[in-house]
Design a protein around this ligand. Structure first.
Ligand SMILES: Nc1ncnc2c1ncn2[C@@H]1O[C@H](COP(=O)(O)OP(=O)(O)OP(=O)(O)O)[C@@H](O)[C@H]1O
Length: 485
């Protein structure tokens, strides 16, 4: 455990760190964040007595660090500095072995079994063993950085202070080093304080974060308490946006570049194309998209949209794989194409343009209704869904907030349900009015140009046109389907 109480310090007559307090429990990882020059490295130096404190105290194991002699302190606390002064005539092994220096006692101290094990373990954990006999100057920046981490680890201290441990490392090695730090913390009770520049990595790996601003603590707490967009924007003076990590409940953020005037990006009717195989929308610029498509579902930016017509007997075990193979065969880029599937012939597709105050919107629908269900009664059914799907695209020349995208999904769904009611489409099993088919898909895509529309509910500008557009286009698509040859 490490306790820092009202710590201040800096260089000669230049105070940098001002009145910093925090505690890191045994086995926990604290990440220090902050802009360049905010005092992160200086804080580590004052904490480790490399620089004298002008006020405040640091306690390790309940004892103030200035009362430790240097060798005993080094046995308890290892420091990885930001800049390394290295005897470059060393081999990797010799550099790592320097970490054992605090454990060498007496004038005639010899290399013990324990020293050897610690060096071997540190080299293994950081993946530098295979360079063991290589001179340091022959290693790349990232390889050298891992050797310095190994040196700190070989010190077998219970507290590790790391200043930018992932400096120079590629993402695989960032992961290796940070996974290793986390494992040591969890399994061996190592207490870690590390300066990181990458806010997202800090959120993923640290139990708590301390955000520095001009030598002072701006925020201290769990990642979700510290990584708050407005706070980060104020401290770093940079525009950011937060988003969810795909697997971990940790906040992530990305910077928002201030690019020059946006290029013209307008979707027009002639960007749509209908072939026997698919309905296609191809734009020169990507659209922000939310969808329940088969390929590239979820939120993303795409410029090619396909509603692909498949035969009635299309029964493929792995639909995603088949769709991928189709895209490769037809030379559509996998990463920028969204695909839906329909058993309805593309000749029955309806594409309509609707005027709106912010910019026109397009609604494209294919409606197969053989599979129509009343959602309030589907619990009575045991059977698998069979063919028949309503696929709806809503393409918006406008800019939607995240909230508006999801409200637009709801508004479009409600308009579709209203169309089924208006066309008196029934669930064959129950005889009641159907609310959808069992396999419908919906896509909302927007150019994200123009003033941001915050909401997309039924009585917003965008909601009104989605309601009318989806209703009319779906009614027309259902009528075409009913009267098909
Ligand atoms: N040896 C030194 N002598 C005098 N001033 C220094 C020295 N080292 C750093 N400083 C000053 O102390 C302030 C804080 O520096 P520090 O290195 O602690 O910031 P940092 O938050 O770690 O920055 P970075 O993100 O750039 O590594 C800066 O204004 C810097 O110029």
């Amino acid at each position: 455990m490490i306790i820092v109480n009202n710590l201040s310090g800096g260089y000669e007559d230049k105070p940098i760190v001002k009145d910093v307090s925090f505690t890191v429990a045994k086995g926990k990882i604290l990440g220090i964040l902050g802009p360049n020059g905010s005092g992160k490295s200086t804080l580590l130096k004052v904490m480790s007595s490399i620089l004298p404190a002008t006020a405040g105290e640091v306690y390790i194991d309940g004892q103030e660090i200035s009362t430790y002699n240097a060798r005993v302190l080094a046995q308890k606390m290892a420091v990885l500095p930001q800049l390394h002064v290295n005897a470059f005539s060393n081999t990797v092994r010799e550099a790592v072995a320097l970490g054992r220096y605090p454990h060498q006692t007496g004038f005639f101290s010899s290399w013990s079994e324990q020293d050897e094990q610690a060096v071997q373990y540190a080299m293994e954990q950081t993946g530098v063993q295979r360079y063991e006999h290589t001179p340091m100057e022959f290693l790349s920046g990232g390889e050298q950085q891992r050797v310095f981490v190994a040196q700190a680890l070989a010190q077998t201290a219970q507290i590790l202070l790391l200043d930018e441990p992932t400096n120079h490392l590629d993402i695989a090695h960032q992961r290796q080093i940070l996974d290793m730090v986390r494992k040591e913390a969890l399994e061996c009770g190592l207490t870690v304080v590390m300066v990181l520049h990458d806010i997202n990595l800090a959120a993923l790996y640290c139990d708590e974060l301390l955000l520095m601003e001009q030598g002072q603590v701006r925020a201290f707490g769990a990642p979700h308490e510290v990584i708050v967009a407005t706070q980060i924007e104020e401290v770093y003076q940079a525009r950011v946006a937060t988003y969810a990590h795909p697997e971990m409940p940790k906040p992530q953020m990305t910077m928002m570049p201030d690019l020059n005037a946006p290029q013209r990006a307008v979707v027009m009717m002639n960007h749509f194309n209908i072939t026997e195989q698919y309905v296609q929308l191809q734009t020169k610029f990507p659209l922000k998209t939310v969808s329940s498509a088969v390929h590239n579902a979820g939120i993303g930016w795409y410029n090619c949209f396909l509603n692909r017509s498949v035969p009635l007997d299309y029964a493929i075990a792995d639909v995603k794989m088949e769709v991928t193979a189709f895209l490769q065969r037809a030379r559509f880029p996998l990463t920028s194409t969204v695909v839906m599937l329909t058993a309805v012939p593309t000749s029955l597709a309806v594409i309509k343009e609707f005027e709106a105050p912010f910019g026109n919107i397009f609604v494209a629908v294919t409606a197969g209704i053989g599979n129509a269900v009343d959602v309030s009664r589907t619990y009575e059914r045991q059977d698998e869904p069979y063919i028949g799907t309503i696929n709806i695209w809503v393409i918006i020349n406008g800019c939607l907030s995240e909230e508006a995208f999801f409200q637009a999904m709801m508004t479009a769904t409600e308009a579709k349900t209203k169309a089924l009611q208006s066309e008196n489409i029934r669930d064959e099993r129950t005889g009641t009015i159907a609310t959808s088919t069992a396999t419908d898909s919906l896509l909302i895509a927007a150019t994200q140009k123009g003033p941001e529309m915050l909401y997309g509910g039924p009585i917003t500008d965008v909601g009104k046109v989605i309601g009318k557009g989806v209703f009319e286009a779906t009614v027309e698509a259902i009528q075409r389907y009913k009267t098909r040859e």
